[in-house]
Design a protein around this ligand. Structure first.
Ligand code: HEC
Length: 289
């Protein structure tokens, strides 16, 4: 309990004026959101936020860069490429699926739904007659995350280019994601904004909190913690996880109900966080603690 009390005191100490995001357009939200972080971290340029928490601490950054020299995700990335080719995933995407990660997620005006990259990979496999369950395609890890990692890899350096169409359904989805981000939840009563905006750059239980600006750009990621959890048959894929896998963990940390990966709720959250990161370059796959 000590750590929770400490955590709460950190949050209350840093409850500085946060951007007021009520009744604003996505465009004005975006401006205010990015200005907040650029002002809070004057040494970090917009591009730098692609590196998550490692943008915010010199020491941590050096350790991380050393890991990136021999990235533990490399074998999994190679498998991602093989799977991408084996299942001819490129046929389902524009530009053969190469260099397009920065356009995901998007609001699809035809179906009235948000689409993200993992969702479209799974749809593509199904279209090709693959039995997802039988062939063990999980939405948040393993083979699906590896294919997504490969597609992100071909988009490295391209700036997140998320648009919210002027459609009431798209705006409603955006508002839902924004609401999730700013609302207190769970037994610990924390909003995403408490940790990743108001306390960004601070330590919480020895974890450095990333800025929400840039969230999504490094995903899928490889984490040692996830590697230990994954007992998948292919060990090269252990440790990979999508953004929704991270959302599940962050909801659970505050003892809140987690939603299902690919649920409308997480899709809306992904849309909001990605839109807020417009202009930050894709850096996935990336290593995270
Ligand atoms: C109690 C604090 C806390 C809350 C509340 C919280 N998170 Fe996190 N989150 C963390 C910690 C700690 C990490 C790991 C360090 C880091 O990357 O920020 C993390 C990591 C992340 C990452 C990975 C960032 C990256 O680049 O690797 C994302 C994305 C994220 N959180 C989103 C969310 C969202 C969305 C919410 C609200 C549903 C949320 N978090 C709520 C503590 C929190």
């Amino acid at each position: 309990m000590k750590s929770i009390a400490k955590l709460l005191s950190i949050i209350s100490m840093v409850s500085l004026a946060a951007p007021c995001l009520v009744n604003a357009s996505p465009q004005s939200d975006l401006k205010e959101f990015q200005e907040y972080f650029l002002k809070r971290f004057p040494d970090v340029k917009l591009d730098g936020f692609a590196d998550g928490m490692y943008a915010l601490s010199k020491e941590r950054r050096e350790e991380w860069l050393a890991m990136e020299e021999f990235p533990p995700y490399e074998p999994g990335l190679a498998i991602g490429k093989q799977l991408f080719e084996k299942y001819k995933i490129g046929e389902c995407f524009k530009q053969g699926g190469i260099g397009i990660r920065q356009h995901y997620p998007y609001f699809d005006v035809v179906s009235g739904k948000i689409k993200n990259l993992e969702g479209e990979i799974l749809e593509c496999l199904q279209k090709k007659g693959v039995d997802l369950e039988k062939e063990k395609f999980d939405a948040v890890k393993g083979k699906t995350a590896a294919i997504s990692a490969y597609m992100a890899y071909t988009s490295r350096g391209k700036k997140f280019n998320i648009t919210i169409p002027d459609d009431p359904r798209a705006l409603a989805a955006y508002e839902r994601g924004k609401h999730h981000f700013w609302s207190k939840r769970g037994q610990l009563n924390f909003a995403c904004a408490d940790c990743h905006l108001r306390a960004s750059g601070q330590l919480i239980r020895s974890n450095l909190l990333s800025a929400a600006l840039g969230h999504g750009t490094g995903f899928p990621v490889y984490r040692k913690t996830w590697e230990a959890e994954d007992t998948s048959s292919n060990s090269a894929l252990a440790g990979f996880g999508t953004l929704h896998r991270r959302y599940e963990g962050c909801n659970e940390q505050v003892r809140a109900k987690k939603f299902k990966a690919q649920s409308d709720e997480y899709m809306a959250l992904e849309l909001y966080e990605s839109y807020m990161s417009t202009g930050v370059p894709i850096s996935g796959p990336s290593i995270r603690e």
